[in-house]
Each structure stands twice: as structure tokens, then as C-alpha cells.
Design a protein around this ligand. Structure first.
Ligand code: HEM
Length: 399
């Protein structure tokens, strides 16, 4: 099979894709690519796009030919070496250290109650107003508070974390390597490390349920170095913020678009787990998982060269009709709705997926209980945006 050059005219579908179109609504683009050019070179992004479920899944499971490690990675440039920029033994070591902290049992026993209190307090702060723009007042705030609880950081650091987060987000989208953006993020990562250092409990001190305390108190031999703890906590903090914000907002968006499901949910809140999984499939908060080609290889008849960047489009895989019949329908009765790849799969699958789902479930439960019969103010909501991370720009509700 002759190698297909990225610039070849054999790639009319990917070559024609424009960023503005992806940003506005990636799903029609995904559908075209998935059917006509499932492994496609996108000159607009200078990377490969993979859009079918089977290929996306195969690539993220294939750690011999694909890796998260690259000297060009903005994740590496911003946060250094951590869970999402390592493979093999080092990655396993990091993962073993943090994973127990995010298991279903641990989250249930230690984090759900404080997160519920935080959610209820946020809602109380605007309840008397009768309407609110929920993204700014609730969905952007609760995930930061939850991460402070889980990691063991003072609640007073919410505003600082918000500012640092925005700087990190800019650095991770800094494809033009703008010096100011990069330097600001480096300064803010250093400030976050300082904060972590200042609250690190003494080794062999009293162990609370926080991630920081349990990492400090790991047995010698398994314990990560202080710097490793700070780098991994930084990516964990970063990973748990706008993702959960998007899950809360996208689920509400899906419910407002499907009022019959919202009515069913109001009558029976036990449907929430299905609603959340279907929302992750239908409007995936994280739309892609990026990999770099380790050695020349072929996927679906397309030659990929070592060093090339491949974006595995989770959002496109989650709408693949080969796996999810009538994929554009939001349908909580799907028998396989948990097969979505919204949290990826394999060694780098989301370590915080249970916490994310708990937070979103608690957020929705508290909204449904404390603000009964809230409705959408359509004129002050939307639009949905984004092809890497996707969520509504604003969502106003009234009650
Ligand atoms: C709805 C919310 C969330 C979504 C959709 C989501 C999605 C993802 C996805 C798709 C990946 C895989 C990335 C890849 O393979 O390249 C991932 C990894 C990761 N996520 Fe999440 N995430 C969410 C919430 C969270 C939360 C709450 C945390 C913090 C506890 C978190 C921390 C991480 C970390 C540290 C990784 C890297 C894991 C590794 O490389 O071993 N995420 N997430």
C-alpha cells in the first residue's frame, strides 16, 4: 500500500475541514469523516483525526505503537512528567499511588458528603434570586471545591486555583508557542507547587482522607518524591475542573432538549446514572485523546509515520452507528450506553471517572431538590462550543 502523504489530494474530506466549523458543531464533520475517511489528515490542525469507535479504541489500547509521550507535548511543557506524559513502569507507579483514592468506595465514604454540602451552599447563595446563570455561579465553582476537598487543599484557595486553571488552559492550547502565555503558565505552576508544599502534612503525621496526606504517608519504596507528588497533583487538579463543569452543563442541556426525559427524572431520580452516561456519550465533555506514533504503522489502510500526532476523537467514536444505533438520539434506554469512550479506556483511562460521575449526580440531585421546576431561559443560554472540550457558553435557569 503506497504511503498516503498528509498533503495528498486523496484526503478531500479532512483537507476541507475548517476550525470554525469544528468549534461550532463537530458532529456533522465527525459523521462525514467517520463514513468517508475514518483516518484523516487535518491540515487545519496539523494532525491525524481518527473517528471510528473500533480504531479509536484500538489506538488508545495499543501502547506499543502509540504513546502519550512526546517532546512536543504541551502537557509536558506545562506540567512536566506526570500520569498523562508517561508510559510503562513509571506510569504504573504513579497510577498505583493515586488510583485507590478515586475508587467508588473511597469517593462514597469520604467525598460525597462534603461535596453535597458544597453544592447545597452554592445553590443557597443564589436561591432567593429566582434565576441564575448556572455556569458561572455553580458549574464552574463546584468542581474546584470538590478537587480542593479530594486533594486536601484549603477551601480559601478556590479563587487562586480558578486563575491558575485559566492560565494552564491557555498554555495547553498554546499551539503557536506564544512566549507570554508559556511564561505565565510556568509562573503559575510554580505558585501551585508552592501552595502544595506549604500544605503538605508531615510524613507519618495524622492521615486524613485527602490525596495529599495519603501520598505523603505511602510506605517507603512506594512513596513518590515531593516533586512527583506536586506534578501529579497538578494534572489531577487540572483534569478534574472544566471536565466536570461540562458534564453538569451538558447533562442539563441534554435534559432541556429532551423534556420528556427531564419529566421522568423529576419523578424518579434513580434514573440519574443512565442520564449521566448517555449525556457523556451524546455530548462528550472531553472530545479527544491525543497520541503520538511510536513507529511507522498502518491504521485502516493509512500509513502513519513515527512522530505524527493522532487525535482519537472520543466524541466521534461515541456517535459511531456501528456501536450505538441512531447515535444522534439521546436515549437513556440504550442497552449499551456505558460502552461510551467518554473517559477513554486502557492505561490512561480517566482516573477520576467515579468522582466525576458522583459530583455531577450530586449537583443534579441538589438542583432538582432545592430548585424544583426550574426552567431554561433559552435566550440567555448557549451556544454549545468546542471540539476538544465541548459545553454551552452559558446556561441560565429560572424557578
Ligand atoms: C466528566 C468528567 C471527566 C471526563 C469526561 C474526563 C475524561 C478523561 C479522559 C478522556 C481521559 C483520558 C485522556 C487520554 O487518554 O489521553 C482522562 C484522563 C485523566 N483524567 Fe479525567 N475526565 C473527567 C474528570 C476527571 C476528574 C474529576 C479527575 C480528577 C480526579 C480527572 C483526572 C484525570 C487524570 C489524572 C487523567 C490521566 C490518567 C492517566 O494518564 O493515567 N478527570 N480523563
Amino acid at each position: 500500500m503506497p504511503e498516503r502523504s498528509p498533503r495528498s489530494s486523496r484526503f478531500p474530506v479532512g483537507a476541507a475541514v475548517e476550525l470554525a466549523e469544528l468549534e461550532r458543531d463537530p458532529y456533522p464533520v465527525f459523521a462525514r469523516l467517520r463514513e468517508r475517511e475514518p483516518v484523516s489528515w487535518l491540515p487545519a490542525l496539523n494532525m491525524w483525526y481518527v473517528t471510528r469507535y473500533e480504531h479509536v479504541r484500538a489506538i488508545i489500547l495499543d501502547t506499543e505503537r502509540f504513546t502519550t509521550v512526546s517532546e512536543h507535548s504541551l502537557l509536558l511543557d506545562t506540567f512536566g512528567t506526570h500520569l498523562l506524559t508517561t508510559e510503562g513502569a513509571l506510569h504504573d507507579r504513579y497510577r498505583r499511588a493515586v488510583q485507590p483514592h478515586f475508587s467508588a468506595g473511597f469517593v462514597r465514604d469520604h467525598f460525597e458528603d462534603p461535596i453535597r454540602i458544597a453544592a447545597a451552599e452554592l445553590i443557597e447563595s443564589f436561591r432567593s434570586a429566582g434565576r441564575v446563570e448556572l455556569r458561572a455561579a455553580f458549574a464552574r465553582r463546584l468542581p474546584i471545591q470538590a478537587m480542593l476537598i479530594a486533594c486536601g487543599l484549603p477551601v480559601t484557595s478556590e479563587l487562586r486555583i480558578r486563575q491558575w486553571y485559566d492560565s494552564f488552559e491557555a498554555a495547553l492550547a498554546n499551539f503557536t508557542l506564544d512566549r507570554t502565555v508559556r511564561l505565565r503558565a510556568q509562573r503559575d505552576v510554580a505558585a501551585l507547587h508552592e501552595l502544595l508544599q506549604s500544605v503538605m502534612p508531615p510524613a507519618a503525621g495524622p492521615v486524613d482522607a485527602s490525596l495529599l496526606a495519603s501520598l505523603i504517608n505511602m510506605p517507603t519504596g512506594e512513596r513518590l518524591g515531593d516533586d512527583e507528588i506536586k506534578r501529579n497533583l497538578s494534572i489531577i487538579l487540572f483534569g478534574g475542573i472544566s471536565t466536570v463543569e461540562a458534564l453538569i452543563l451538558n447533562t442539563l442541556w441534554a435534559l432541556f432538549e429532551h423534556p420528556a426525559v427531564l419529566s421522568r427524572l423529576r419523578a424518579d431520580a434513580t434514573l440519574l446514572p443512565e442520564v449521566l452516561d448517555e449525556a457523556i456519550r451524546w455530548l462528550s465533555p472531553v472530545q479527544s485523546a491525543t497520541r503520538h506514533v511510536v513507529k511507522d504503522c498502518e491504521i485502516a489502510g493509512v500509513r502513519l509515520k513515527a512522530g505524527a500526532t493522532v487525535n482519537c476523537m472520543l466524541g466521534a467514536a461515541n456517535r459511531d452507528p456501528r456501536i450505538f444505533p441512531h447515535p444522534d438520539n439521546f436515549d437513556i434506554e440504550r442497552t449499551n450506553l456505558r460502552r461510551h469512550l467518554g473517559f477513554a479506556t486502557g492505561p490512561h483511562s480517566c482516573v477520576g471517572f467515579y468522582l466525576a460521575k458522583s459530583e455531577a449526580r450530586i449537583a443534579l440531585e441538589e438542583l432538582l431538590t432545592l430548585l424544583p421546576q426550574f426552567t431554561l431561559v433559552g435566550s440567555e443560554s448557549g451556544p454549545l462550543r468546542g471540539y476538544e472540550f465541548r459545553q454551552p457558553a452559558a446556561l441560565t435557569i429560572a424557578w
